[in-house]
Ligand binder design. Structure first.
Ligand code: PXP
Length: 244
């Protein structure tokens, strides 16, 4: 099923990044929830990293209670996070690879080397009523494996496209990957490095039902405010989606 409206989930991690720069009290990430929702966000994404560099446990608790849309909790596939997800029961969990030294998530999950662990995690989350998305590179093998191990969705890594938006190969890989994933019955999401300037070609891929966008929107919010920044993004997505 190809939906004309593509969902926009706003990743609010970097509001916490600003707070943690001073280990202070402001800005408060949960205060962004209602603003994003009012501006047209369909969901809120937060990544509780093992090193707690931005979002903290208390943020996740209060965001989960506050969302009127849905919470997508990004996390590593580790026992501590799985236990938390089972307790909080967000609408969705997106499993991501995590390395302590990285500046941000650098690549997709290595499904071939973590199959058993991921399969168990997906089963646990499913039993808790939580949808699971796997953040992966848009290669056919990873997509097929994601389907084989029971994921509900894949989030295709748009970083390589975002770093070279004119580069046809990265966009072609996303298009092919989205088609392949949808043909296997997976819901198709995408994200990483997307901005109002580069989102168009990704938003136009019909099988992609959801985008997760964070850094750009928070950066832009410094100058135009969060509500306007989300609305700009929403407009750019809608324009690309409905272009004849
Ligand atoms: N999707 C995933 C899985 C991510 O890890 C991130 C970064 O936290 C994003 C989307 C959002 O990326 P960006 O902040 O570059 O928009």
């Amino acid at each position: 099923m190809i939906s004309p409206r593509q969902r926009l989930y706003i990743n609010i991690d970097h509001i916490a990044t600003v707070r943690q720069a001073r280990r202070g009290a402001e800005p408060v990430p949960v205060d962004a929830v209602a603003i994003c929702e009012r501006a047209g966000a369909d969901g809120i994404t937060a990544h509780l990293r093992e090193d707690r560099r931005h979002i903290q446990d208390a943020d996740v608790e209060v965001i989960a209670r506050t969302v009127t849309t849905v919470l997508n909790l990004e996390m590593a596939c580790i026992p501590e996070m799985l236990t938390l997800a089972e307790r909080i029961r967000p609408y969705a969990v997106t499993l991501v690879p995590e390395k302590r030294q990285e500046v941000t998530t650098e690549g997709g999950l290595a499904l071939a080397s973590n199959t058993a662990e991921l399969t168990r995690a997906i089963a646990r989350l499913r039993a808790a009523g939580v949808r699971t998305s796997l953040f992966i590179d848009p290669d056919p093998d990873s997509i097929t494996r994601a389907s084989d191990i029971g994921a509900h969705a894949v989030e295709l890594h748009t970083g390589p496209y975002a770093h070279a938006p004119g580069e046809g190969a990265a966009l072609a890989a996303l298009r092919d990957g989205a088609r392949h994933a949808a043909s296997l019955g997976l819901a198709v999401h995408a994200g990483h490095g997307l901005t109002t300037a580069n989102v168009g070609p990704v938003a136009a891929i019909p099988e992609i039902e959801e985008l997760n966008i964070g850094h750009h929107v928070i950066a832009r919010a410094i100058f135009v405010g969060l509500e306007t920044a989300v609305r700009e993004l929403r407009r750019a997505m809608d324009a690309a989606r409905h272009r004849p």
